[in-house]
Design a protein around this ligand. Structure first.
Ligand code: B12
Length: 211
C-alpha cells in the first residue's frame, strides 16, 4: 500500500504533521490499525534504526522520528478505542536508575496504550524505591522495566529484590526489555517476561492482564 510506505518515509524524516495527516487518511480509508502501525509507523522506525546503526543518521533524527511516531500512535490509539478496545489493565513503566534512554520505553508505552492498557510512565533514571512506591500506589497488574546499558541491566534485578522486600512481588508481573536484555537474563533475575520489541511487549502485557 503506497500510503503505508508514505507513513514510513514521513516517520523517518521526522515529519510529525505529515505523519498525522497520512495516518488520518489511512484511518479514513478504512485500514486496520495494526497494519498502519506495523507496515507504516514501526516499519519507518525500524528502517531508521538500521541507518542509525550504520551512522547514516544521528540522535536528533532518531528523536524527531520518535516524536512523529508518537503523534501517529496517538491517532491510532483513538481508533483502537473506537474499535471497542477498552482499557483492560494498568501498567507502570520506567527506565531504571542510571539510565537516560527513553525512546524504546516510550515506544513500548505507546504500543501498550494503543492496545488499550492504561500506562503510568515514571520516566528515566528511576530509583528502585520510587518504582516500589509507584507499584504500591497505582496497583498495576504489570511493571515494565527498560534498560539500554549493560551497566544498568543489573538494576532491573535490584528492583525485583526491592519488590520482594516490600512484599509486593507476587502482586505484579514484571516485564523487562531493552537492547542488551535477553530471555536468559530475564529468567536469571526472576522476571515474569521479556520481550524484544514494543509490539510483542504489548502482546505479552495484554496476555498477562487477560489471564
Ligand atoms: C539514542 C541513544 C542515546 C541517547 C538517548 C536519548 C533518549 N532520549 O533516549 C543519548 C545520546 C542521551 C545516549 C546516551 C548514552 N548512551 Co546511548 N544510545 C542511543 C542509541 C543510539 C539508540 C537507542 C534507541 O533509542 N534505540 C531505538 C529504540 C526504539 O530501541 P530500544 O531502546 O532498544 O527499544 C526497543 C526494545 O529494546 C524494546 N524495549 C525497550 N525497553 C523495553 C522495556 C520493556 C519492558 C520491554 C518488554 C521491551 C523494551 O522495545 C523497544 C522498541 O521496539 C543506542 C545504540 C543502539 N543502536 O541501540 C546507544 C547506546 C544504548 N548508548 C550507549 C552508551 C554507551 C551511552 C552513553 C554511556 C554514552 C556516553 N559515553 O555518554 C550515554 C549514557 C547515558 C545514560 N546514563 O543513560 C551504548 C550502550 C553500550 C552498552 N553495552 O551498555 C549504545 C548501545 C551505543 C553503543 N553501541 O555504544 N544514548
Amino acid at each position: 500500500m503506497a500510503i503505508l510506505e508514505d507513513i514510513s518515509q514521513a516517520v523517518q524524516k521526522g515529519r510529525s504533521k505529515e505523519v498525522v495527516a497520512l495516518v488520518q487518511q489511512a484511518i479514513d480509508e478504512g485500514m486496520e490499525a495494526k497494519d498502519i502501525i506495523d507496515a507504516g509507523l514501526l516499519k519507518g522506525m525500524g528502517e531508521l534504526g538500521v541507518r542509525f546503526k550504520n551512522n547514516e543518521v544521528y540522535v536528533p533524527e532518531v528523536l524527531m522520528a520518535a516524536k512523529a511516531l508518537g503523534r501517529g500512535t496517538e491517532l491510532i490509539k483513538g481508533k483502537l478505542v473506537e474499535e471497542g478496545v477498552k482499557p483492560v489493565g494498568k501498567v507502570v513503566i520506567a527506565t531504571v536508575r542510571g539510565d537516560l534512554h527513553d525512546i524504546g520505553k516510550s515506544l513500548v508505552r505507546m504500543m501498550m496504550e494503543g492496545s488499550g492498557l492504561e500506562v503510568v510512565d515514571l520516566g528515566v533514571d528511576v530509583p528502585e524505591d520510587v518504582i516500589v512506591a509507584a507499584v504500591n500506589e497505582h496497583k498495576p497488574q504489570i511493571l515494565a522495566l527498560s534498560s539500554l546499558l549493560t551497566t544498568t541491566m543489573e538494576q532491573q534485578s535490584v528492583v525485583i529484590e526491592a519488590l520482594k522486600a516490600a512484599g509486593l512481588r507476587d502482586q505484579v508481573k514484571v516485564m523487562v526489555g531493552g537492547a542488551p536484555l535477553t530471555q536468559d537474563y530475564s529468567d536469571k533475575i526472576g522476571a515474569d517476561a521479556y520481550a524484544p520489541d514494543a509490539y510483542s511487549a504489548a502482546e505479552v502485557a495484554k496476555a498477562f492482564v487477560s489471564e
